[in-house]
Write a protein that binds this ligand. Structure first.
Ligand code: SF4
Length: 298
């Protein structure tokens, strides 16, 4: 297969564009898209934090951002044996190679338990629900302590399209309203603004870019992902993309457009959690109510 732009051998076929690209043209195309996604989101004097996991997405993101900014990395170790522990080692290697300081925090030290074992506790939700809320909350708290002005999150197009579709199917419009390049419908100084440089990059392209730059990253899946509703949404989206190339972009564009239309409606008052003092919509934040539920079972 030849590159659609020159006579070199193609390294990737991009079905939604009806093109194949060689290494040079693919790298150029990929970097241009990331630059465009980040445009206007970071200022030259921003202290940029990069949330890393030791996986391919955050590894690729760190490579690109370390060329444009002077970032610091942050990693949350949820305590998932055989998965996160391996990825923590990958993250250390990548950060060392790029000379980026890495800050590691764990559920065990911060909350007093590991994620492993929670699914035996008869809790009201699956492990991913607790993992997502507790990790997001810790990321925000620690990013603030580290003085980050912005925090880059490595969600790719597949992740974003899955989230958009999942929120729509569940009728969770308040979540759709928070989607977009910059997360957060409210200006609140205790929330560190997030941005997602890879949100318009399909997973296949992130993997290809990672392989081309020789990224030493984990390509394994978390053992809990199969229990998540997201896994079914992901499989459906992959089937649709196969049959109708460009579906993932369409879902993302629809979510973004809807977010713009309903954003004001969900711009609620921000209070402080009565237990931890973190910003939240109600009297007690989701993290504290989940921690209460978990601690009752320990
Ligand atoms: Fe956490 Fe679920 Fe993601 Fe695993 S798949 S890291 S449990 S949110």
């Amino acid at each position: 297969m030849k590159c659609s732009k020159c006579s070199e051998k193609a390294v990737i076929k991009i079905n939604y564009m009806g093109q194949a690209l060689c290494e040079k043209h693919f790298r150029r195309f990929f970097k241009k898209r990331v630059r465009k996604t980040c445009k206007g989101l970071i200022k030259y004097d921003d202290k940029v934090g990069v949330a890393v996991s030791g996986g391919k997405d955050s590894g690729v993101m760190l490579h690109l951002l370390s060329k444009q900014t002077d970032p610091e990395a942050i990693l949350i170790d949820e305590g998932i044996e055989g998965y996160r522990d391996k990825n923590v080692e990958n993250a250390k290697k990548v950060c060392e190679e790029l000379n980026v300081p890495l800050n590691i925090y764990s559920f065990e030290e911060e909350y007093g338990f590991r994620l492993d074992g929670l699914d035996d506790k008869n809790l009201s939700r699956g492990p991913c629900s607790y993992c997502g809320v507790l990790r997001r909350s810790l990321l925000n708290e620690k990013s603030r302590e580290l003085g980050f002005d912005k925090l880059a999150i490595g969600h790719n197009l597949d992740d974003e399209a899955q989230t958009g579709l999942m929120n729509f199917v569940r009728g969770e419009f308040h979540r759709i309203a928070r989607m977009g390049k910059e997360v957060g419908v409210v200006e609140e100084e205790d929330f560190v603004k997030r941005f997602k440089p890879l949100r318009r990059c399909p997973e296949k392209e992130v993997v290809t870019y990672g392989l081309l730059i020789g990224l030493d990253a984990g390509f394994d899946e978390c053992p809990y992902v199969k229990q998540a509703y997201r896994a079914d949404i992901r499989d459906s989206l992959n089937d649709w993309e196969e049959k109708y190339p460009g579906t993932k972009f369409s879902v993302l564009n629809s979510s973004d457009e809807l977010a713009g239309l309903i954003e004001d409606e969900f711009r609620g008052e921000i209070k402080k959690c009565s237990e931890c003092g973190e910003p939240c919509a109600g009297d007690i934040c989701q993290k504290c109510s989940m921690l209460r539920e978990i601690r009752e079972t320990l």
